[in-house]
Ligand binder design. Sequence first.
Ligand code: TA6
Length: 299
Amino acid sequence: MSDPAHLRDRFDRPGAVRVEISPLGGTVVRLTFGDAMALVALRGGQVLQWLESGQGLLWLSPVARLKTAKSIRGGIPVCWPWFGDHLDDPGKPAHGFVRHRDWALEATEAGPDGVCVTLATATTARDQELWPHVASARVTVTLGAGLTVALQTVNQGRAPFPLTQALHTYFRVADIARVSVWGLEGLDYLDKLDAFARKRQAGPIGFGAEVDRIYLGAPQGLVLHDSGNERRIAIAAHGSLSTVVWNPWSEKTIRLGDMGSPEAFRQMVCIETANAGDDIVTLAPGASHVLRAAYRVAR
Ligand code: TA6
């Protein structure tokens, strides 16, 4: 039963975890640890906010709502069980089909090193026409010395299936023109803006126009340099051999229509821990896979 009062009885942890009704129109779980806070929506199993010392570290569209058919623009959307357009049928929803449904609140914990919440979902009979496999997904969000998000997939069917996915994280930045991403130098990437042509990254990534790339290979110590905020965010990936970097820039921001303002692209950048491009996970019956991203702020 997803009645908020019932959920509060089962999952609240005084001073650490609280189930709330969001003004955005849905149920959320607030995690508090020291001077850090995170907000996780049942809709999409999606982190909406992460703050440390009052600083907002994730970007969320000012027009985001939780109870709409569209995915929530911002925070950390969960792209599953495929990333991007469906390989065989671009008419299927982009980034899979679990962003638009409420996940079940499964567990909460509070300890000396952090607090966490686990949300779960699974394929349904109706999903079979979109994706003819049987699987469950669990996202565990841990707030402690930073923020860690782990997405576990279990193959509950009788046949192996291909899995692509992403933690589609929208970082808040002061000014995209003063942002660089380090740790992908020398890796090849697929450039979505050039028919997925394969190219090589020379030096850190800077932004002066739309960027939409799938970097291939294990990044070594990814760091987002947000010079305008005098802040760096270290990103440690696990279970991933691809990283997506995206900024829509001006024209696509207007086309998307849900970014909140034509200039919104200047305050965000997506750095996505993924299994995308040719980084496809083949999951055997009964097997599980964990995709994890750990974010730490260094000032
Ligand atoms: O991860 C980058 C990307 O695939 C872009 O091409 C853009 O489509 C973005 O995801 C947003 O996708 P969405 O379905 O949330 O509008």
